[in-house]
Design a protein around this ligand. Sequence first.
Ligand SMILES: [Fe+2]
Ligand SMILES: [Fe+2]
Length: 470
Amino acid sequence: MKTINIDLLIRILAEGGRLRSGADILDDSGRPLLAGNAETDNVETLLSLKLGGINLIPFDESSDAGVWDKNGNSIFQRLAGRPQKSPPRPGDHDLNLKAVTARMESACLEFKDKYSDFRSVFDETSRSIKENNGQMDMDKVIGPAEKMVRFLMNYDPSLSFLNRSPLTTENYPYHHAINVCNIGVAVLNRFNTNFSSIINRQLSLRFSEHDDIDPSARKDAFTYYIPGAIKEIAIGYFIHDIGKALIPDTIINKSTSLTEDEQRIVHGHAHEKGIEILERNHIRSLYIRNIVRWHHAAIYEGETGGYPEVPRPIEIPPYVKICKLVDIFDAMSSKRVYGEAADSAGVVARIYRKFAGKDPLLQFILHAFISEMGVCPTGSVIHLRNGQLAFVLDKQGPIVLPLTNIKGDPLSRYADPIDIDEKKKEDSFFDIDRRKAPLPPIQAFDILPAELREMFTRISIHNELKKQTT
Ligand SMILES: [Fe+2]
Ligand SMILES: [Fe+2]
């Protein structure tokens, strides 16, 4: 049976196309998520399948399966005949500044389009909690939150730096909630796929010792997190700091160091205020409760400074450990009331150093986190070994845009971006200089070429960059 990449189909349906797969796609309990004989033009149906970890849609060629574009022309043969390829990255085709910035710009415009919806859910919920002593209308949150989660599933997490607040703390809670959800779900999906496939390999070896077991049961029999769980976890990531709505603003916005009492109150946003809000609003999901309660707890034996105290950190579930890593990453790489944003490549390195070499399950989680963010996350400004400074346009490669000459002077004319992996093949000396720390965002923004600065300002989904540049 042929298969077609779900991202390709999402794009076709988003442009007004439709599909009939001819093959039922079932959930874990055997219920059809997408009936084979049903024709659909609903892009949300495919987004929820992707949310559940489905990347390939099977097509039964013997039936009346098909894919049609918005004009009703059949494009099934063309799609199904094409060899499966991973999604293209800028280096696969147009490696020029215009093409790469156009890709960033279109992703951001898409986000901007949804921004006001997500923003109003967040603001309304926080206001209701503050005004009604923890009470909120959960029905008003669930629908839009699920819609937002489906959207974020299709939004490149490496572009989350565009939704970060590198230069101002304005709207930090909202941007942080979106980023933890966006990056967290991407890391969770990667962990889920990697870990499940290892367990499935083990199961398959066991099954092979028993000839009487149906061969179809041998493959992909196990999924660590099923689609329904991922949805609840994603909502948990979005509201992980919900308890902060009940912490006085004077403490949350304090720019000098907190007293011991104030620190205790802030820590209470997780296991005290957070849980209090969930209980008052009858939110019983164990996934959401665990995320809210434990996202600052120790996650390996002997880790100090976590709260609340946990007797056996190893037993903290993987989805909570992922929340903790992503929370640290986004908080440290954003500007906060008490400190400037750190460079994101440096933050990834610090997280790696702190959590590497611990228990095997935590290493799986750390591996998923590093693979998703990249050692040089998109948006960093790094040093090259030849003395140039370069902006990371894509974490894969990485693909970088040199900003200075080898003496460190700004370029008067910008050359096309360079794929470091490719360039290394012809020039073994060409590489990232890992001995030098990347530039902090506050300095990095100042030396970006006008094209990039203008693009960031134009698409900025929050107005802070505009204010800074005018
Ligand atoms: Fe928190
Ligand atoms: Fe947080």
